[in-house]
Design a protein around this ligand. Structure first.
Ligand code: NAD
Ligand code: TYD
Length: 339
């Protein structure tokens, strides 16, 4: 079997490549990635020289280049992780989100139609459902929850999901969609909450908590997400959406405090800063469908996963030091100075 993974030099895509290559040593894995600021070839160094792995530095919005890859590789499965993924950046520059997340998705599916595939899988997000109130812990996102987006990021992902369902209905493309809650784990880009707080704490820098820190996210260890996608592409029903989440709701401030405790750093590093515009209050997934249909359950408890993640950042300083020494510094100054 041949799996084409887009966005495989990013956080979840790279973890998915490692998962697949370990679990299916006979499989061929093709990575297509533009290597934006969020993509790192060094992340893939352990698989780069394997005979059953190939990397293409390709932009999914470049139709000709994408078709060339399909012409050469003829993949069986296409799993589309490639995206602009950071809400804060989408508030500053929405345009690139529309290009990659919407146009890129349609070009990937056009290639699938042209060359023929067994399955196209769209890696979507729970953010397409908008947010839930903080005072209604009884409410969860199900696959039937209406799309109701808040940020340019989530709107672009929702638009892509609609296109995916349209390609299924109109052209009969064999698609599946997964909508996962917030991931954490190794190779998470340091602009996102958990790695940003770990790295700032290690440098004894202020930890910028938006608003009052009471927004709630439903956190899932990245390997659990990868296992869920593996199940969906092989056993999930074509044309279906599957929510992925582990009933692990946490307030931002509580996570930040856990990180400080893990690193033995003082809570005085916490600094409350101006809230994100349109900040979603609470995400919470109901994963009943994927559990009942595919038997999926998350394996990693949050306390263990966070411990492992903190250890990973301590043991892999070179990986993130290279990142934060570059364009990241300009981004950080722009977003956080005098906030
Ligand atoms: P990421 O930002 O770490 O990685 C994105 C990757 O896509 C990078 O390697 C980047 O170079 C690549 N890319 C960006 N634009 C491209 C283009 N035009 N052509 C080819 N490659 C391009 O993102 P992530 O956190 O790994 O997220 C992966 C996917 O999972 C995204 O689709 C995201 O919406 C979704 N998702 C993420 C989370 C999360 O918590 N991180 C949760 C649910 C869903
Ligand atoms: P983030 O990791 O950007 O993921 P998402 O917005 O997709 O859920 O942010 C997670 C939560 O942490 C979100 O409520 C915003 C908050 N946050 C901060 O409080 N400070 C920060 O510096 C960042 C990056 C996020």
């Amino acid at each position: 079997m041949k799996y084409l993974v887009t966005g495989g030099a990013g956080f979840i895509g790279s973890n998915f490549i490692f998962h697949m290559m370990k679990k299916y040593p006979e499989a061929e894995v093709i990575c297509v990635d533009k290597l934006t600021y969020a993509g790192n070839l060094s992340t893939l160094k352990d698989v780069m020289d394997k005979p059953n792995f190939r990397f293409y530095k390709t932009d999914i919005t470049d139709r000709e280049a994408v078709y060339e890859v399909f012409e050469k590789e003829h993949p069986d499965y296409v799993i589309n992780f490639a995206a602009e993924s950071h809400v804060d950046r989408s508030i500053e520059t929405p345009d690139i989100f529309l290009q990659t997340n919407i146009i890129g998705t349609s070009i990937m599916m056009d290639a699938c139609r042209k060359y023929g595939i067994t399955r196209y899988h769209q890696v979507s997000t729970d953010e397409v459902y908008g947010d839930l109130p903080l005072d209604r812990p009884d409410l969860f996102f199900t696959e039937e929850t209406p799309i109701h987006t808040s940020s340019p990021y989530s709107s672009s992902k929702a638009a892509a999901d609609l296109l995916v369902m349209a390609y299924h209905r109109t052209y009969g493309l064999p698609v599946t969609i997964s909508r996962c809650s917030n991931n954490y784990g190794p190779y998470h880009f340091p602009e996102k909450l958990i790695p940003l707080m770990i790295i700032n704490a290690l440098h004894d820098k202020a930890l910028p908590v938006y608003g009052e820190g009471i927004n709630v996210r439903d956190w899932l260890y990245v390997e659990d997400h990868c296992e869920a996608i593996d199940l969906i592409i092989h056993k999930g029903r074509v044309g279906e959406v599957y929510n992925i989440g582990g009933h692990n709701e946490m307030r931002n401030i509580d996570i930040v405090k856990m990180i400080l405790k893990e690193l033995g750093k003082p809570e005085s590093l916490i600094t409350y800063v101006t809230d994100r515009k349109g900040h979603d209050l609470r995400y919470a997934i109901d994963p009943t469908k994927i559990h009942n249909e595919l038997g999926w359950l998350p394996k990693t408890k949050f306390a263990d996963g966070l411990k492992k993640t903190v250890e990973w950042y301590l043991n892999n300083q070179e990986w993130w030091e290279n990142i934060i020494s570059g364009e990241y510094q300009d981004y950080y100054d722009k977003m956080y100075t005098n906030r």
